[in-house]
Design a binder for this molecule. Sequence first.
Ligand SMILES: Cc1cc2nc3c(=O)[nH]c(=O)nc-3n(C[C@H](O)[C@H](O)[C@H](O)COP(=O)(O)OP(=O)(O)OC[C@H]3O[C@@H](n4cnc5c(N)ncnc54)[C@H](O)[C@@H]3O)c2cc1C
Length: 669
Amino acid sequence: MANLSQNQNVVDMKRARQLPTVDSKKLSIFLWGETEWEARQRILSILSNDPIFDKSRRPFLTRTQLYTRGLAMMSRIHELTEQHQWSASDAALAFKVLDEPLPIQLHMAAFEPVLKSQGSPELHAKYAALVAHRAILGCYLQTELAHGTNVAALETTATYLPATREFELHTPTPTAAKWWIGALGRTATHGVVQARLVLPSSRDAGPHLFFVQLRSLEDHRTLPGITVGDIGPKAMGGYAAVDNGFARFERVRIPKEQMLSAFAGVTDEGEYVRPPHAKLSYGGVEVRLSLALESATIAIRYATVRRQGTKGEDGLEQQVITYPSVYHRLLPILARAYVFILLGRNLSTAFTALLARLSTGDTSLLPAMHATTAGLKVLASTAAIADLETARRSMGGHGFSAFAGVGRLYADYVAAATYEGDNFVLDAQVVRAALKAFARAASSTPAQGAELAPNEAYLRWLTDPNPDAGVNAGHSVSTARWGNPRRVVEMLERRAACMVRERAAHAADPDASMDQRVARAVTDAFVAAQVDEVIDGLEGSVGGKEAVVLRKLYTLHLLTAVESGLTDVLSFGLLGEAGAAGDPSRGLRVAIKRLCEELLPEAIGLSDGFGFSDWELDSALGVYDGNAYETLYKMAELEPLNQSEIPDGYERYIKPMLERGQRLASAKL
Ligand SMILES: Cc1cc2nc3c(=O)[nH]c(=O)nc-3n(C[C@H](O)[C@H](O)[C@H](O)COP(=O)(O)OP(=O)(O)OC[C@H]3O[C@@H](n4cnc5c(N)ncnc54)[C@H](O)[C@@H]3O)c2cc1C
């Protein structure tokens, strides 16, 4: 193969690295924080130099091989944790840096947090250390064959037997089989099972959580009365290394202590003990939070993976990044990725504050956290899924190669729209919370002002005593507003306020897509307010040229958020009417175009700011030095079909077909 190291790709990339005014290292520290950034580098160098984490053979492995490779990696990270005395957050960071769906993630993201937040002190005392050290491996068994979203309709039962102080877990019908459970198929030794609590009085107290051993710790065989299996391959080959499984229980007895009873329980005699706050039984906050962080990480990867070229005016082929139709697609993705990282960090801080309050019995922050995380999960996963596919298509044909690295990310990530709450179902929860806040805001006088949580702050536009600043005052503002992020944030907040008011007015008969649009508007407004704060703080947080460029990048995010909500912005007259001046939204689109033009020379610096190594990206097209074609050749050489010149099927299929054809054509070459 010709030496391509001095090819135009490499030259272009070197040149592109001279254009940005931003210092990518400074951006990395701004995005991740100095402590996490340094920990990332330390862990990255260990993982990327360990053959267990080699990625070169990954595209050619069967599902079973991918599963076994996944087990090897999770076991190795556990060994490394002990060897390097990693903290729990270092170990979690190692899995984040590795960024492959693995069975252990269900232990970390679902099993462990649910046990921690809902297990009794006695259960903790017995199992916390075993769980923390992975002496037992867990999964979370909620979904059944016939029910996922409608948890209240789950069929698995846990009947309390006072005589022996036990629960009897049972799968009463074929459709009650647990299904989709990550790590259940072949890995987990234990699980937390959602089952209907049936009391001796025959009262059905609805779904509750129970801690159950599934497999022997001696030989890993399934325990008596339990039938377990893997549910098979997933769409597009995604999640291959995770053994999503099914399970049936045939009158399996567990001790009374294994009910997760921090907030609900039964007395020895079988009386139900009520939770002090129904929402405390909700165990999904932490799971959903990690998902928002994951979405941000994914969004970053595809934004970084894009290099191609065709002919331009200078005699050389034009770099496709210079086509407006390409950078108008990619720069907003870059902006969203920057926003999602900061949102993830803000959410972590808010979640820590929530846990501190919960530990004192104060549940006041819980409803706002629930609504916020639901909205952000929908926004981040919907945007990331769409952006992954946009990034893949922007790379043309090579984007369809597995070696581009984006198809695999898409296949693994697309299910995020469904798990941890189907996005459409979560939309309805966001709307419900918004309507409650609206009712409170509407019933307070302007003088009193309603007490609004940060995620409801947009509703202040409904009661603003200044009529020029009311919800419908948008048209009085000139199009110069698009250069001022604060005015754009106001626009997004007004849109949310108008839409919630409209939704309340049609409470009994909302239109076809209203809940999706309202939920999006509400979450956009919440995100916009956070972005506004970040922009305000840029001088202090990063300063210099980086602050100037990031202000533009975050403003681009705000403008594209308005653009994607234009139907409603225009419907509510927030941009005024179309008149002699023509399309009232033209100013917005021109502003997006100008910002993209200004940001284009910074694109490589901004994507370098994510700080991903070639090992992490594992993309022929996204290599740091731009040497895409040579890397693509090298990866193609590993293809198993290329290992023998004559394919296995030649004698049996190709040769007879050619000979038959020659006979029929009465000709021989
Ligand atoms: C990769 C993956 C991993 C998973 N891991 C686990 C796991 O470890 N443990 C576990 O317990 N489960 C797991 N699940 C299951 C997952 O939680 C459910 O698939 C999810 O909750 C959606 O439920 P469902 O599949 O029953 O969809 P359904 O509820 O049947 O949804 C079907 C359609 O109906 C719509 N719909 C349903 N109800 C409503 C409603 N009330 N309002 C409006 N629209 C509605 C939905 O929007 C969707 O379009 C996993 C799923 C996947 C894909």
